[in-house]
Design a protein around this ligand. Structure first.
Ligand SMILES: Cc1cc2nc3c(=O)[nH]c(=O)nc-3n(C[C@H](O)[C@H](O)[C@H](O)COP(=O)(O)O)c2cc1C
Length: 249
């Protein structure tokens, strides 16, 4: 969401006319992450680093700060009410990208969004943010009802066909892949096609070995999560620290 709302409005209207099928709204990037290697990077001054605003790389004490500059257009004041603002402009399905907890998933459901994408920016924005696959388990533990009412997607760290099949077994509708495609794109269309082929072959290999012929046959008991079950939170509260802030007045 651009803080210059008119620009977001323009994009929303444009993509609808181009035949785009859904809007993914990033909801977990009100602030930029601390990315030290990014800060050290000295990019060419001429580089346009923000395709949305046309902004160019800036030098300075903290390097070119690609993340800093790229994030500068983002509306930090966005709230749940803004979902309605988007709905007034487009009838496309809305998926909230960056849901990292069951409480937010429940509120997303109350706002009748079409889906959520469990994501932590591939672990690149906030240290200690929960891995997406744990979030998927947290949803089953604390708000299983969401799976019947909206589509649940996931991304972050999916590298192999087996990773994708695991997420599907645990109820994800689809898996997003970021950096792997970014790197493949370095080799153009051929690279991307090659990557898709590798993932397809890996998935088919896994499917044969676990004994299913179709992805509609995936089910949770094909995955043993017992090694990580103890990491899945029971609810929004801390399990035993019950400290709460005192009123100041
Ligand atoms: C270079 C780069 C730029 C990204 N920019 C954005 C962005 O502008 N908005 C956003 O929501 N996520 C952004 N992401 C995060 C991806 O959408 C996705 O969540 C993440 O890459 C998935 O993890 P993976 O790379 O491990 O597959 C970016 C990721 C990369 C690698």
């Amino acid at each position: 969401m651009n803080k210059q709302r008119e620009k977001t409005k323009e994009i929303l209207e444009k993509v609808e006319s181009l035949g785009i099928k859904a809007i993914f709204l990033t909801v977990d990037a009100a602030g930029r992450g601390k990315r030290e290697s990014d800060e050290r990077l000295k990019a060419d001054d001429e580089i346009v680093i923000n395709p949305v605003t046309g902004e160019q790389a800036k030098g300075g004490k903290r390097g070119n700060g690609l993340t800093r500059t790229m994030g500068s257009y983002i509306d930090q004041g966005m709230t749940w009410c803004d979902i309605q603002w988007i709905r007034n402009i487009t009838s496309l399905p809305i998926i909230l990208k960056g849901i990292t907890g069951a409480e937010d998933a429940k509120i997303a459901m109350q706002h009748n969004v079409d889906g959520i994408l469990l994501s932590n920016h591939g672990g690149r924005n906030l240290d200690y943010s929960p891995p997406s696959i744990l979030l998927l388990l947290e949803m089953h533990k604390n708000c299983p009802e969401i799976f019947n009412q909206m589509e649940v997607y996931i991304d972050g760290g999916f590298r192999r066909g087996a990773d994708i099949v695991k997420a599907l077994c645990l109820g994800a509708k689809a898996v997003g892949i970021g950096r792997t495609f970014l790197y493949a794109l370095h080799y153009g269309t051929e690279g991307v096609e090659h990557l898709v082929q590798i993932l397809k072959e890996e998935m088919e290999g896994v499917m044969k070995l676990i004994g299913i012929k179709n992805l509609s046959e995936v089910h949770p008991s094909l995955v043993n999560t017992s090694d990580i079950d103890h990491l899945v939170p029971d609810g929004a509260d801390h399990p035993y620290v019950k400290w709460s802030p005192q009123p100041r007045l």
